[in-house]
Each structure stands twice: as structure tokens, then as C-alpha cells.
Ligand binder design. Structure first.
Ligand SMILES: Nc1nc2c(ncn2[C@@H]2O[C@H](COP(=O)(O)OP(=O)(O)OP(=O)(O)O)[C@@H](O)[C@H]2O)c(=O)[nH]1
Length: 656
């Protein structure tokens, strides 16, 4: 075991006290797999042999649901247990986080993409049910995935960590579920922890979310406790899908990806009618028509149905020789060309890039084209990435790329490095600013160096920010938010001792290290969530940085007027450490338009021109010094200072 893995393993061991271990060992079956497969023998496996996945299922016996929760409350672990318990995955094939199949997801232990899987479950009432499960990400950057999954189901499991209680994203996800009129089934997870307080958390759920949680299943996804009860709740509380098989086809696209060999694979939920192989379908938003080549189900592997039918209420995939993801946008409705519906289903707003930064290959000449190809391929499967070419005097040719948030940006950068072997330099992340030019025309721009000097009336994106934390940290959180230009909108108790604070805050302020500050100020007990609210006017200015008289593109940024001097000074100090001394004096300036607000300089190298002048006439010495001064002045006017990419990266790192 590597040192790293050993460290994290031993850290996990230390989380349990001896009492914990004794309690766990006596109560919890250690071999989860054995336990779940033995129950599966009783309930599922015995009847899985006669399951016909090829035929559509009577919708009275279908339950479609998502699993939603705050980050790390145990969604993927619970999905694993449900897959095991129902015998969906053969024991020899099983691995933890089964539905998270991207390397980055497994290494970081986070879900980035939603995943669907169908499970068969024989209920205690004797009937056999088909459960379509959609596991969703918890991180705020990917909440778009959650809202997509919720439009495709009738209910959701709301997983709440019984030791942490209701957190900011629990509330945000419940709001999404309520918007979609879904049946919410609460589950109190991690009851194996000694710090678990299920009764208190039950009260919190009722108080904050307004749903009755008295019957909530008390579960431990880690140790397989309460899994059968959860399945019973799904079957009895979540309604079967509505819709008519005889009606015109209406199928909602909730996800899709591009396969270089098979074209676009579209994941759908059939709301009305049925999709059959060979039929002509129309994508209502784009008007594009195709013939269905294959339909199939997600077991979670893609299995083609030889019967060629996907019927009302079912979740599955279709392939129709589609070449571009833009022809089959997520959220669009598919209908039949012969008997089309007039009413498209309610779709989703397209995912919008919120954070932008420049990506430049370290060896720009050869790798620029590779970067373009890599971004094109990535954006085929991730429509929230946007990019366009840009160039910088320091970093050469690159692309300005838009992301959903900072984690999304990191994930994309990591994928570019691993999958395409691209070492990249990044310019400072920025949001999209709105401003007016001197003619009064409105513009939107994410690259601060492209904002003209006469820009005025700046507006920036604001987000609704929710922070949940113990009430003893109320003061420090208010102070933090005030320092980041937030305004308090509401404050209420979630439970005895924990509060929910609601703010309006500029997005640019929460992007960088803000979550770390919340965590450290609340000793790890605080959680936050945010969503876009609106563009609002702010007293912003464009800050330029000039080195030896030349403005350095890529170091420009938009800052609040009150922060401009401090920011400018910080950047200049950092540059001073990285720019080597030259023959001439290098002046460093921070400027708003043409007005210098902070400046410093790097001393020139000095050659002792009098060294060889032993004794001699004083006027001769003066002449030599005079000539040296003139030469340096000339150099200062003509000389250029090349900023190394390392200096650039260091300044960016401290700026954000
Ligand atoms: N003690 C205990 N730990 C659990 C339980 N369920 C999950 N965990 C642990 O909690 C951590 C997070 O679990 P995940 O299943 O990855 O959580 P998630 O909600 O899917 O996380 P995201 O996808 O990143 O939002 C992991 O270390 C799990 O082992 C449980 O019932 N008891």
C-alpha cells in the first residue's frame, strides 16, 4: 500500500473509537456482499432468471427515482447497496462506486455525471417491480445534472447524513424536487456513526423542508442497514409513471453522449407512446429527423432490446445515426414523425458557462492544434464547455474556455492532462461582466484585457448563497460575507443550534477560496450552496498591470474600486520577485485606465564603468557616467521585458 493510501486508510480507522468498532462488529454484518447476495437469493436472484429485459414492463410496476443529497452524504454508496441487494450486479463484477465510472470520479470520490440503472425487486407484497434509479452528483457545479435527472422521474430518495443533518445542498436539491412535483422519500444515512442523531435530523427535515420525516428509514449505506426498507418505501410511496401507450410519442432527452463509432447515444424517458426500431422520429427543438436504429435499456450497461420497443414509463437509450450532440440537445422532446405530438415536454434551460479562463499549451506552437482537437472532443460529451481562440503576448495562442464552476474547470483541466497529455497554463478565472462603452452601448465580456478603458456602468453576476452552520459561528460568517460584498437576505434556525443564512453575493467573490474560508471559520461544520440570481450594478474598475511601460495582457482584471489599490500592490510585489534585474530600471505599474494607482521598480544591473579609470581627470569620470546614464535611458525606452510563463503563473496563483 502506498504511503498516501496508508495515510488515508489509517485516518479513516482513527475516526472510529473502540466502542464504535464493538458496536459495529456486534450489529453489522461484516461481509456486506455475502449478506446482500443471500438476501438477493431470497428476493431477487431467484426470479432474475425469468426476468425478460427485452419486453416493455406494465407501468403499474415501474418506479422511476433519483437519489439526491448534499455532497458526501452517501448517494453513491447507497446506490451500490441497492445494486447489490437486488442482485443487479454479479458479486464478482462488483466494485465500490459502481456507477461512477470516470477515473476522476473514483479517485476523488465524487460523482460528476448522473448515471442510470434498472433494478428488479420483489416486494414483500409479492409483486415484482422494475426500479429505474438515477444517481446524481452532489457538488454545486453539477446541480444542472440533478435538475435534469429530476425531470425524468416521479420521486426521489433524499439522503441526509444523520450525523451532519440538513445542509445547504439538501435544501437546494429539495427545492428542485418540489419544483418537479416529486414524491420525496427521506432516508437518514450513516446511523452507524456514534455522532449520528437521527431523531434531531428527523425534526430538522420536518422543520426546514416541511416534509414528514417521522417514518424516514434509518440506514447505513456503508454497512447495508435498512436497504430492504428503502426499497419497500420506493415501491409504496413513489407513484408509478403516468402516460398513455396509445398516445403520440413524447420522450424527454435527459442525457446524451457522443461515441466515435456509433454516433450520439441519447438517454430518454418515454412519457407517452412508444419508440420502436425503424420508426422516424423528430427532435422538436431542432426539427431534425432520424430513423431509430436501436433502442435499449441500462442495466447499468447498455443492452440493446431485440424486441425493438421502449414503452411509456420506461427509461432507456436510442441510437439513430445522429452525428452531432447539437441535433439532439438535452431537454428536448422526441416525437414520432407519423403521429407527432403538438406539445413538447417542459425542457431545461441550457447549461450556461459561469466561469471563464484562458488555457494555453506550454509549448504553444505545436500543441495549439492538439488543444483545439481535445476541446472539440470534450465538448461533444459535455455541452456546458464553450471555447473560442484567443492569444496573449506572454502565453501565445490558446483558448478562452467557459465552465460551470471552479470544480468543473479543474476536472476539465485534469482530463486534458490525462487523456490528451496536454500541460496547460491558465489565465485568471473570470466571470462575464456587463458594461457600457462611451456611446452607451451594452457589451458582455469575460476577458478583462478586452474590456475597453472607457468602460463604465459595470454589472456583474450575483448569486443566491445559502450557508448552514452552527449558530456559534454566526458572527464570523457574517463578517466573512461582509468582506466579500454580500448582503444578508434572511436568517433562520434549521434546528436547535444550527442556522441557515441567506445572502446575495457577487459570483466572483465565491469562486476563489470562499468555501475554504467557510469551512475553516466553522471548523468544518459549515456548508454552502449557490445559484445564479441576476446581473446587478457594481462599482467595478478594470485594473491593468504594466511592466516597463507595456500593459501585460492576461494580468488585467476587474475588481471592486475599493480593492483596486490592494490588488494592484499585491500583483506588483509578486512580479518583483519573479522578474530578473535588467540593464535598465524596470518600472511596474498598476493602472486604472491611464491613472497609475500603485507602482514600484526593479533596480538595474550596474556596471562599474570607472573601474579601469585609475586616478585621471574628474571630468573624464563624469563623462563616462553621463554616457552610461544615456545608454540606460535609451535601453529603458527601447528595452522590452519578457515575462516568463512561471512569473505569469505565480501572479495568477496569488491573484485567485
Ligand atoms: N460511516 C458511514 N459512512 C458512509 C455511509 N455511507 C457513505 N459513507 C461514506 O461517506 C463518504 C461519501 O460517500 P459517497 O457515497 O461517495 O457520497 P456521495 O453523496 O455519493 O458523494 P458525491 O457524489 O461527491 O456527492 C464515503 O467515504 C463513504 O464511505 C454510512 O452509512 N456510514
Amino acid at each position: 500500500m502506498s504511503l498516501f493510501h496508508w495515510k488515508s486508510f489509517s485516518k479513516k480507522l482513527c475516526l472510529y473509537s473502540w466502542k464504535d468498532w464493538r458496536r459495529l462488529c456486534s450489529k453489522v454484518p461484516l461481509d456486506i456482499h455475502k449478506r446482500s447476495s443471500s438476501v438477493a437469493d431470497k428476493t431477487s436472484s431467484s426470479f432474475l432468471s425469468d426476468v425478460d429485459n427485452d419486453k416493455p414492463v406494465d407501468k403499474e410496476f415501474i418506479r422511476n427515482f433519483s437519489i439526491i443529497a448534499h455532497v458526501d452524504h452517501g448517494k453513491s454508496t447507497l446506490a451500490d447497496r441497492l445494486l447489490q441487494f437486488t442482485g443487479t450486479i454479479a458479486p464478482e463484477k462488483f466494485r465500490d462506486q459502481y456507477l461512477d465510472n470516470m477515473d476522476i470520479e473514483r479517485e476523488r470520490g465524487i460523482t460528476i455525471k448522473m448515471r442510470a440503472a434498472r433494478l428488479w425487486y420483489r416486494s414483500k407484497d409479492g409483486s415484482r417491480y422494475l426500479l429505474n434509479l438515477i444517481d446524481t452528483p452532489g457538488h454545486v457545479d453539477f446541480s444542472y445534472e440533478v435538475s435534469r435527472s429530476l425531470a425524468a422521474v416521479e420521486g426521489c430518495l433524499l439522503v441526509v447524513d444523520a450525523s451532519q443533518g440538513v445542509q445547504a445542498q439538501t435544501i437546494a436539491n429539495v427545492d428542485l424536487a418540489l419544483e418537479n412535483n416529486l414524491e420525496i422519500v427521506p432516508v437518514l444515512n450513516k446511523v452507524d456513526l456514534t455522532t449520528a442523531e437521527p431523531d434531531k435530523v428527523c425534526q430538522e427535515i420536518s422543520q426546514v423542508i416541511g416534509i414528514d420525516a417521522s417514518r424516514a428509514v434509518r440506514a447505513s449505506a456503508k454497512f447495508g442497514i435498512g436497504v430492504e426498507e428503502i426499497l419497500e418505501e420506493i415501491v409504496h410511496l413513489i407513484p408509478p409513471p403516468k402516460g398513455q401507450v396509445e398516445a403520440s410519442l413524447q420522450a424527454l432527452i435527459f442525457d446524451s453522449y457522443f461515441d466515435p463509432y456509433r454516433g450520439v447515444v441519447v438517454f430518454v424517458r418515454v412519457k407517452n407512446g412508444e419508440i420502436r426500431t425503424g420508426m422516424k422520429i423528430r427532435f422538436m427543438a431542432t426539427g431534425v429527423e432520424h430513423s431509430v436504429e436501436q433502442v435499449g435499456i441500462l442495466t447499468p450497461d447498455e443492452v440493446v432490446r431485440t424486441s425493438g420497443v421502449l414503452s411509456c414509463g420506461e427509461v432507456g437509450f436510442i441510437k439513430a445515426g445522429i452525428k452531432s450532440l447539437h441535433d439532439a440537445p438535452v431537454g428536448d422532446t422526441i416525437t414520432g414523425c407519423d403521429n407527432p405530438t403538438q406539445e413538447p415536454l417542459q425542457g431545461y434551460k441550457p447549461a450556461k458557462s459561469m466561469v471563464f479562463c484562458g488555457l494555453y499549451p506550454a509549448d504553444s506552437a505545436t500543441l495549439f492544434e492538439n488543444l483545439r482537437a481535445a476541446l472539440e472532443r470534450l465538448s461533444l460529451n459535455d455541452s456546458s464547455i464553450s471555447f473560442q481562440p484567443e492569444s496573449s503576448s506572454v502565453l501565445g495562442k490558446g483558448f478562452r474556455v467557459g465552465f460551470l464552476g471552479m470544480l468543473h474547470m479543474e476536472v476539465v483541466k485534469e482530463r486534458l492532462k490525462r487523456e490528451y497529455e496536454l500541460e496547460l497554463l491558465t489565465s485568471a478565472p473570470s466571470v462575464v461582466y456587463k458594461f457600457r462603452n462611451f456611446k452607451g452601448e451594452y457589451f458582455m465580456e469575460s476577458n478583462p484585457s478586452k474590456i475597453p478603458n472607457d468602460a463604465r456602468h459595470f454589472e456583474e453576476p450575483f448569486v443566491k448563497l445559502d450557508i448552514v452552520c452552527p449558530d456559534q459561528f454566526n458572527g464570523t460568517i457574517l463578517e466573512l460575507c461582509q468582506n466579500h460584498r454580500a448582503s444578508l437576505e434572511d436568517m433562520r434556525y434549521v434546528s436547535n443550534g444550527r442556522i441557515l443564512l441567506k445572502f446575495l453575493i457577487p459570483l466572483a467573490e465565491v469562486l476563489t477560496n470562499f468555501y475554504d474560508h467557510v469551512k475553516s471559520r466553522t471548523r468544518g461544520f459549515g456548508s454552502m450552496d449557490y445559484e445564479f440570481h441576476s446581473y446587478r450594478p457594481s462599482d467595478l474598475v478594470k485594473l491593468d498591470i504594466a511592466v516597463a511601460g507595456d500593459v501585460v495582457e492576461g494580468l488585467s482584471c476587474v475588481v471592486h474600486r475599493d480593492q483596486a489599490y490592494i490588488k494592484g500592490k499585491e500583483i506588483i510585489e509578486k512580479l518583483k520577485q519573479y522578474i530578473p534585474r535588467h540593464q535598465f530600471k524596470v518600472v511596474l505599474q498598476a493602472m486604472i485606465s491611464t491613472k497609475v494607482i500603485a507602482s514600484d521598480f526593479i533596480q538595474p544591473l550596474r556596471k562599474d564603468v570607472l573601474a579601469k579609470c585609475y586616478g585621471g581627470d574628474v571630468s573624464r569620470k563624469k563623462k563616462l557616467l553621463e554616457r552610461q546614464k544615456e545608454g540606460k535611458e535609451k535601453l529603458r525606452q527601447l528595452g522590452k521585458v519578457r515575462l516568463s510563463p512561471e512569473a505569469f503563473a505565480a501572479v495568477i496563483a496569488q491573484k485567485f
